[in-house]
Design a protein around this ligand. Structure first.
Ligand code: P1T
Length: 381
């Protein structure tokens, strides 16, 4: 089955009892058994839920994985993966990543004796320079949030081949429509399904997709043992969102390319970060591992102050000022004070995350209207 068919059909079958074409929301906490241990495959809804099972089968197919395991948020999915580790283990992570992931690693798992090294893995990266005998995981986010750096997943995975190191790729910014990290050598893919998978800014959700059965089984155990499971209604919403994933992401990419080109030619803008621009330092890597370049664009201002950024953010109307991304509507954000506020200023400045950096999630509206909205706001400077 090709991708555009999988989004609609993989794992999804009409309900056998009614013929309902949409997967029902199984709003139940438990299942009646004929006698102890004699049941229809479902015992308790933390352990199994049929709406969730359909979504998990669909997601495994979209990422070409062996199994998918769903959680109540993207960070709950990240938490589950980090729980595969034990005290003393080390993780090599990209130095430019979602602020909440950084916070979870440093402020939560750091307390349990797990050590994180945040390094520049852009393009090929020198991951091998950072490996010690305790390294057990490499955490890749690509494109990165919010600087839109690209990490060469295949190059990193090849360097780790044969070593007892789990390669994780956060595929939230690309979505499985644009990039399939398991095909490039990653062991696990993590998604904040809140974003492109859901696509309508109405649900918080997360998923991990595993290629290796043993790793998948360990995560399945953790899903039940820890219990950060999503509700069935949320699983239904993600399933419904996925049905138009290919159409939405395609339009977002087209719009983002136009917006990036406009910003590049604007005198108030000093830098545009978009992997689709030929001037992007990792454009060739992006071209080789992604189908298109995504709907996220960041840019910096000639007037490099927070006040200038706030002026722009406060004067757009179609771009709504909000955290999150990947919905049909366009959003604008200020990473330094919003999504990445938990990263110390000196750390974020090292990767170019300045006080004047602005991040856009380009939606599926008309590109001309979006550009006119930005033009007006930038004209206020
Ligand atoms: O918000 P949640 O569903 O828990 O997902 C966390 C997460 C994980 N990975 C990446 C790359 C993310 O961007 C996020 C969430 N990010 C935002 C809310 C944001 O505005 O960047």
């Amino acid at each position: 089955m090709k991708f555009n068919t999988k989004v609609i059909h993989a794992g999804v079958h009409p309900d056998p009892s009614t013929g309902a074409i949409m997967t029902p929301i199984f709003q139940t906490s438990t299942y009646v058994q004929d006698s102890p241990g004699e049941h229809k495959g479902y015992e308790y809804a933390r352990t199994q839920n049929p709406t969730r099972s359909v979504l998990e089968e669909n997601l495994a197919a979209l990422e070409n994985g062996n199994q998918a395991i769903c959680y109540g948020s993207g960070l709950a999915a990240t938490d589950a993966i980090l729980k595969l580790l034990k005290p003393g283990d080390e993780v090599i992570s990209t130095n430019d990543l979602y602020g909440g992931t950084y916070r979870l690693m440093q402020q939560v798992f750091g307390k349990y004796g797990i050590k994180f090294k945040f390094v520049n893995l852009s393009a090929g990266g020198n991951v091998e320079d950072h490996i010690t005998e305790n390294t057990r995981m490499v955490w890749i986010e690509t494109p990165t949030n919010p600087m839109l750096n690209i990490i060469d997943i295949k190059a990193v995975a090849q360097k780790l081949h044969g070593k007892d190191i789990i390669v994780v790729a956060d595929n939230t910014f690309a979505s499985p429509y644009l990039q399939n990290p398991l095909d490039l050598g990653a062991d696990l893919v993590v998604h904040s399904a809140t974003k492109y998978l859901g696509g309508h800014s109405d649900v918080v959700h997360g998923a991990v997709i595993s290629k290796d059965k043993e790793l998948g089984d360990q995560l399945r155990f953790l899903q039940n043992a820890v219990g950060a499971v999503p509700g069935p209604q949320d699983c239904f919403l993600i399933l419904r969102g996925i049905k138009t994933l290919h159409l939405r992401v395609q339009r977002s990419c087209e719009n983002a390319a136009k917006v990036a080109a406009f910003l590049q030619g604007h005198k108030a803008v000093s830098k545009v970060y978009y992997p689709g621009l030929a001037s992007h330092p990792h454009h060739e890597v992006a071209k080789s591992q992604m189908k298109d370049f995504g709907g996220m664009v960041s840019f910096d201002l000639e007037q490099n102050s927070e006040e200038a950024a706030v002026k722009v953010l406060s004067n757009t109307h179609l771009f709504s000022l909000a955290e999150s991304l990947g919905g049909v509507e366009s959003l604008i954000g200020h990473p330094a004070s919003m999504t990445h506020a938990s990263i110390p200023r000196e750390e974020r400045m090292k990767v170019g995350l300045t006080d004047s950096l602005i991040r856009l999630s380009v939606g599926v509206e008309d590109a001309d209207d979006l550009i006119a909205d930005l033009d007006k706001a930038l004209g206020m400077l």
